[in-house]
Design a protein around this ligand. Structure first.
Ligand SMILES: *Cc1c(COP(=O)(O)O)cnc(C)c1O
Length: 462
């Protein structure tokens, strides 16, 4: 299967190329040239599969000509063997047709492990074959960094550089990154905020001349197609558990960069019966304003109790815009690149297309704490603040009372004590494998918000 760029400016690429670069050379994002379709008979047969078996069936639809079957099976089995729950992604019942899909049983306690455990192994597979070394470079506001480090640190073919804003990630998040050991692991704290980190990363990708000969940068944030691909699996896994008794299910997804919910949209496009896809945002609500008012307009970035969703521009939304503009890459390019200057609207027809696929709600910090408290009191279930926003959005948006609504639980509550304590509850202890996190030795450098210094550090370390 080949992949094309949303901006239409490069020839179709193989899965291997797509995984090894991240962003398309024309600045666009890769999407499958033709999305595989799943028949009702396949769905029926998949109902009895374990998580890793289902992952294999779905992922090979996207990788078949690029990755050997046995190797793929092994990478998938190893990736999901790192999860501490026997079901990998267990469903929890809250109330009538209200469910939570727990995606936080991986090594770093957030859903990002689902994709990054596999991406690390895929990179290693391709790089070993090519006998090539690369430098992974990424910026993180918290969860991506640790999941990327955990997923990629075993590879002999990568050096991994993760930038985080100095003193602006939670203590658990910082320690989860800075206590990962290995000569190829480099944590860089930048004197600045997340946007500053992200800017340095973007500029480094745009001009890679500072790297030693033969090296290239690889992106592991959710613009990397392999991450979206891996996330499609749990939508199928969860929905299949309901399809004997129900015709369709709905999903509510705590949304930042739009990677997670875009995977749900693709699952639906592939043939999974999905009734509603609910975009749940915090007060950084550009997507909610677009879905509810046809206003796609930047606002100032605001810090919230759900920091992993504090994002102004959702990169992956470009992949949906491609469909909304019916594949018109020229229109897409002028729309997304002109965004910083003005408010953008789309045509009524395009907007209705978006609304036919997505519902949305925005929940502020107060609402977040309220719903954490409510669900704990009523159902004895403790949610992290991101998950809470999803559950609240599901309550606000659900179209009927007969379709099961599955809210994605994107992180373990122990990771986000600020919100839990604001809700008047006690932060739970960290799971066993992290119980000595506070005693582990930390390793990171602090660098100024300066591209040249970061480039220098990277080239010296390779
Ligand atoms: C990354 C993250 C999100 C947002 O996911 P996107 O794919 O960026 O929309 C939500 N919750 C948690 C806990 C996260 O780490």
């Amino acid at each position: 299967m080949n992949y094309i760029s949303t901006r239409g400016g490069c020839a179709p690429q193989s899965f291997e190329e797509v995984v090894l670069t991240g962003l398309a050379p024309d600045g666009g994002l890769f999407i499958p040239e033709k999305l595989p379709q799943v028949t009702p008979e396949q769905l029926q047969a998949w109902k009895k599969l374990e998580y890793n078996e289902l992952a294999y069936e779905i992922i090979r639809l996207f990788t078949a000509d690029a990755v050997d079957d046995a190797a793929l099976k092994q990478m998938i089995d190893e990736s999901y063997a790192q999860f501490s729950h026997p079901e990998t992604a267990p469903l929890k019942h809250l109330a009538d047709n209200e469910w939570v899909l727990e995606l936080f049983h991986g090594p770093t306690l957030a859903f990002k492990d689902f994709a990054l455990q596999l991406l690390g192994r895929l990179l290693d597979y391709f790089l070993q074959k090519r006998q090539q070394h690369v430098a992974i470079l990424g910026a993180t506001s918290g969860d991506t960094g640790s999941a990327a480090l955990e997923g990629c640190r075993h590879s002999a073919f990568v050096d991994i550089f993760i930038l985080h804003p100095h003193n602006r990630v939670s203590e658990v998040q910082r320690k989860q990154m800075t206590t990962v050991s290995g000569d190829n692991v480099h944590n860089i704290a930048i004197d600045g905020n997340f946007d500053d980190c992200q800017n340095i990363v973007k500029q480094a990708f745009a001009d890679q001349g500072f790297l030693p000969d033969g090296y290239q940068l690889v992106a592991v944030n959710s613009i990397n197609w392999a991450r979206i691909m891996a996330q499609i699996v749990y939508y199928f896994y969860a929905a299949l558990k309901f399809l004997d008794k129900h015709e369709a299910v709905s999903f509510s997804v705590p949304t930042g960069n739009f990677g997670d919910i875009y995977a749900g949209y693709l699952a639906k496009k592939m043939g999974l019966p999905v009734r509603q896809l609910i975009i749940a945002t915090n007060k950084n609500d550009i997507l909610h304003r677009f879905i509810s008012n046809n206003q796609y307009q930047l606002g100032g970035l605001q810090a919230s109790l759900s920091p992993s969703m504090d994002i102004m521009i959702s990169s992956n939304f470009e992949r949906f815009i491609y469909d909304m503009f019916a594949g018109d890459s020229a229109r897409l390019k002028s729309f997304v690149t002109g965004l910083s200057q003005n408010t953008s609207q789309v045509s009524e027809k395009e907007w209705q297309f978006a609304r036919s696929h997505f519902d949305s709600a925005s929940v502020d910090d107060e609402g977040t704490c309220q719903v954490i408290r409510e669900v704990f009191d009523q159902h004895d279930y403790l949610m992290d603040p991101h998950t809470a926003i999803g559950v609240k959005a599901a309550q606000i948006c659900k179209a009927d009372s007969t379709t099961p609504v599955i809210s994605l639980a994107t992180a373990h509550p122990a990771k986000f004590s600020a919100a839990i304590e604001k809700a008047g509850l006690e932060t739970p202890v960290l799971p066993d494998h992290l119980s000595d996190l506070y005693e582990r030795e930390e390793n990171f450098v602090v660098l100024p918000d300066d591209l040249a210094e970061v480039k220098n550090f990277i080239s010296q370390s390779l």
